[in-house]
Design a binder for this molecule. Structure first.
Ligand SMILES: Cc1cc2nc3c(=O)[nH]c(=O)nc-3n(C[C@H](O)[C@H](O)[C@H](O)COP(=O)(O)OP(=O)(O)OC[C@H]3O[C@@H](n4cnc5c(N)ncnc54)[C@H](O)[C@@H]3O)c2cc1C
Length: 338
């Protein structure tokens, strides 16, 4: 894809204001920048799920071992996007890693094996993707094409880039304040406020651990959770799903649950918890990201659900094409006011 370069610096009084610098707002800011659209980017700098996320991209997911919806379309777009920003900033955010999907029961293993003959599943099996035997598990399959986005590094470096050009500033925009041409990328707080209709946001908790003896060659997924090596004997482990208490406070119940997952996936031995965080996944409707005009001159980009790393770049590009060129995206990502 050929990307045009921005020609002039914008100021904070520029025509578009992107509200929220999570994955949604940041990917949109890069698309605007590359198209030469004038904008400002603001964030209140408290909370947000992108900074908590493990950034994991897993091509075949869930207890049903099904391909992530539309991954064949969105993954190449996301990888190209991150590679482009990495080159621009001479930094690395995307870390490809093979995935070891482990089966906790005979039923789960049989279900996984039964799907390996399906072309849409088989295409993600690693080249030598023969069933593997891993102690303590019913079986394992190695998947290729996945990895981890270092979300915090991506957001921090992007913030610095836009701050140095007078485009980013810390600010909390009051939704009731008059104004137009704002693009609301405010994540779960926007959905919980009820502005977009009924939501299904889910709190999640995540641990960062240090465990010298745990295997670091693969992302391990199984037993209802995941363990992601982040280098130097450190790991991210997660996660919980909680639909009632939608706050960003880590809980002892969450820590206990994730510790159990981590211990199971890590294979025992000593480990130390170095951080415990919580965030709220922005989920609306059928867990699909949504974009669109709000009818009052403002727009929205929200509902990235559990897959912000995969979908944010492609959805940001669609929103930019809609705003700049009038090209409407497919119906499934178009927000319809309730
Ligand atoms: C525990 C956990 C683990 C996860 N793991 C993964 C994973 O492995 N892979 C993956 O792809 N996804 C994962 N996710 C999901 C991922 O975090 C989301 O899909 C994504 O980060 C949502 O991005 P966002 O920009 O829409 O929202 P957010 O990241 O929440 O960003 C919204 C931003 O808007 C700001 N804001 C809100 N209101 C205002 C206002 N009025 N004025 C100014 N600023 C405002 C907030 O401060 C925030 O920075 C995980 C989520 C959780 C909770």
């Amino acid at each position: 894809m050929v990307r045009s370069q921005r020609t002039a610096d914008a100021t904070v009084s520029a025509p578009w204001t992107i509200v929220g610098q999570g994955l949604a707002g940041t990917c949109l800011a890069w698309e605007f920048w590359q198209r030469g659209v004038e904008f400002s980017l603001v964030d209140r700098e408290t909370g947000g799920s992108s900074r908590v996320a493990a950034g994991l991209v897993n091509p075949v997911t869930g207890k049903n071992f099904e391909p992530s919806p539309r991954i064949g379309e969105f993954l190449p777009e996301a990888l190209e996007f991150y590679a482009h920003i990495e080159k621009l900033l001479t930094l690395r955010f995307w870390h490809p890693l093979p995935i070891l999907r482990l089966a906790d029961s005979a039923a789960e293993w049989n279900k996984m094996l039964g799907k390996t003959t399906r072309p849409d599943v088989a295409r993600w099996l690693a080249e030598n993707g023969a069933p593997q035997s891993v102690g303590g598990w019913h079986g394992a399959l190695e998947l290729a094409g996945g990895g981890r986005l270092d979300t915090r590094a991506f957001l921090d470096a992007s913030r610095t880039f836009f701050q140095q050009r007078g485009i980013y500033q810390k600010s909390e925009i009051d939704i009731a304040a008059p104004g137009t041409r704002r693009i609301w990328c405010e994540g779960a707080v926007g959905l919980i406020r009820g502005r977009y209709g009924q939501h299904r946001c889910a709190k999640g908790e995540i641990l960062t651990l240090r465990a010298e003896s745990w295997p670091q060659s693969h992302i391990r997924i199984g037993a209802g959770g995941w363990l992601v090596p982040i280098g130097g004997g450190h790991f991210k482990a997660g996660s919980t799903y909680e639909w009632e208490e939608l706050d960003e406070n880590p809980s002892s119940a969450g820590s206990e649950k994730v510790t159990t997952i981590a211990r199971r996936l890590g294979g025992g031995g000593a480990f130390e918890v170095t951080a415990h965080e919580a965030g709220v996944r922005p989920i609306l409707r059928r867990s699909e990201a949504l974009i669109g005009p709000l009818g009052d001159g403002d727009w929205m980009f929200n509902a990235l659900g559990s897959k912000g790393s995969l979908f944010a770049p492609g959805i940001a590009r669609r929103l930019t094409c809609w705003i700049c060129d009038g090209i409407k995206p497919e119906n499934s990502v178009r927000y319809q006011p309730p």
